[in-house]
Design a protein around this ligand. Structure first.
Ligand code: FAD
Length: 447
């Protein structure tokens, strides 16, 4: 619970990056009277014009963090239309023209995965805009790309690409999949400091919902659909209160390599359609409606040995555990990270305890968030009929998908938080937390 009467904490936190993770964390810290400043590399908070879906775990995390954050989300969410549809995640459908090995035909339902509560999507830019509005103006600086972090004993000095510097007690890297803070924390020679290509890429774009309804019918266009095939999958979700369909069409790069320095590029509709020959009519229809698609190469992170160093640096969101998007849960994990770190910071009263806080956060969050990275890769292969056991057997596919989100959505976050708080209490009694299996890397002062 926010304690709006509390006096400000005697330490200040710098946040590198104002994406969904950074702004959720920043808002939650402000509301817990923890001095914070967001340094964003871009000239303004920016997000691409695409949708992001948040599962019930992320919604619960927002509610536990702060009601204003939840309201910011609710102000721009699109839930699955009718009350009967509430809680539907995706209708998984067989997407190819040719029947599957066990006889499933084009467009048939493999299974309908429900989250048990509200599953909703937002237009990313609108959500970020709502979160940005909640922030005090003086707590944010733009055009500040962090390039170096110096450990000054008492705190950290951040150096920015524009030649300026800032001093804080600690810095939290929320600077996304290409995180500079991650490289500085792990070291340039650590194989996990850079993301790796997953072998898959996707086309993303938006289609007008009225046209999609004309072509596919009300139900197919307005419910979230995921069409599975070889070697890719195509998903559609309604965003912007039902006005727009968010379309993402995934495929596999045959040679498994991505050598282009650009990961996001504009693409032509023809090129996108060329990847989906042999797919069923609903898939072709929806892809024809997408104007100006972008192509996204999908990278993820090898597991980091640690998410923190010495009470000075900590990693959250994609900077800590960028995953492929196949579970649709990366942003939600960042929101959970923000919840746990906020509550742990709120529980301490001196900067000497930041090391205990970060070590506790690391011990609690690393296993769950790294599981997302590996589970998401596997799910991508399953969707695209590349799993050795499941292949294109839609019966086996349905059985797998029916429970693939249980561990993500059903996590009891109150209990998760309780565990974190207990671990922090033990650490504070003993001194520095060093939970089993967690190694804190030693490093030279210049990080
Ligand atoms: C195709 C696709 C679909 C997805 N769909 C979903 C979904 O449906 N649901 C879901 O939960 N997740 C989804 N994800 C994952 C989700 O997009 C990410 O997990 C989420 O956006 C990560 O947020 P973040 O704030 O941690 O990082 P980012 O959104 O990457 O934000 C990082 C911020 O840091 C800034 N920055 C970078 N470097 C620096 C620096 N050196 N100094 C200062 N600032 C810096 C950037 O400008 C940016 O504003 C999807 C991902 C992809 C690729």
């Amino acid at each position: 619970m926010s304690d709006r009467r509390a006096t400000p904490k005697p330490f200040s936190i710098a946040i590198a990056g104002g994406g969904i993770t950074g702004l959720c964390l920043a808002n939650a810290l402000v509301r817990h009277k923890i001095p914070v400043h967001v340094y964003e590399a871009a000239p303004a908070f920016t997000e691409i014009g695409a949708g992001v879906g948040l599962g019930p775990n992320a919604i619960r995390a927002m509610a536990l963090m702060d009601q204003d954050i939840l309201r910011a989300y609710e102000a721009c969410q699109t839930t699955n239309v009718s009350p009967a549809e509430q809680g539907r995640f995706f209708n998984f459908r067989y997407g190819m023209e040719k029947p599957s090995s066990d006889g499933m035909k084009a467009g048939e339902l493999i299974c309908d995965v429900r989250s048990g509560s509200v599953t909703s999507s937002v237009h990313r830019a609108r959500f970020l805009d709502q979160l940005a509005r909640l922030m005090p103006k003086e707590a944010t600086s733009f055009g500040k790309r962090i390039s170096a972090i110096d450990d000054e004993g008492e705190g950290v000095v951040l150096s920015f690409a524009d030649g300026t510097q800032a001093k804080h007690d600690a810095v939290v890297g929320c600077d996304g999949i290409k995180s500079r803070v991650r490289r500085l924390l792990l070291g340039e020679t650590d194989g996990a400091s850079l993301p790796v290509f997953s072998g898959k890429y996707c086309y993303r774009g938006l289609a007008p919902a009225d046209k999609a309804i004309e072509l596919l019918g009300e139900q197919m266009a307005s419910e979230s659909q995921m069409y599975l095939g070889r070697p890719g999958h195509v998903l559609t979700t309604l965003i912007e209160q039902g006005k727009t369909v968010n379309v993402v069409a995934y495929t596999t790069k045959e040679d498994g390599k991505w050598e282009d320095p650009e990961w996001v590029k504009s693409a032509s509709k023809e090129e996108m359609l060329g990847n989906f020959h042999g797919w069923s009519k609903p898939v072709e229809d929806i892809l024809h409606l997408v104007e100006k698609p972008n192509m996204w190469a999908l990278f993820d992170h090898p597991p980091a040995k640690t998410y923190h160093r010495k009470g000075k640096i900590c990693l959250l969101g994609d900077a800590a555990h960028a995953s492929t998007p196949h579970h649709g849960a990366g942003a939600g994990m960042g929101v959970e990270d923000a919840l746990i770190l906020t509550k742990l910071l709120a529980a301490v009263d001196s900067k000497t305890e930041l090391e205990d806080v970060f070590a506790t956060y690391d011990a609690i969050r690393r296993p769950r968030t790294q599981r997302l990275v590996t589970s998401s890769r596997k799910l991508g292969e399953i969707y695209d009929f590349q799993d050795q056991t499941i292949g294109d057997n839609m019966g086996a596919m349905g059985n797998y998908l029916a429970h693939a989100w249980d561990w993500i959505w059903n996590e009891d976050l109150t209990q998760h938080l309780g565990k974190a708080e207990k671990l922090l209490t033990v650490a504070r009694q003993k001194g520095i937390t060093q939970p089993k299996g967690v190694r804190v890397r030693e490093a030279p002062p210049r990080v």
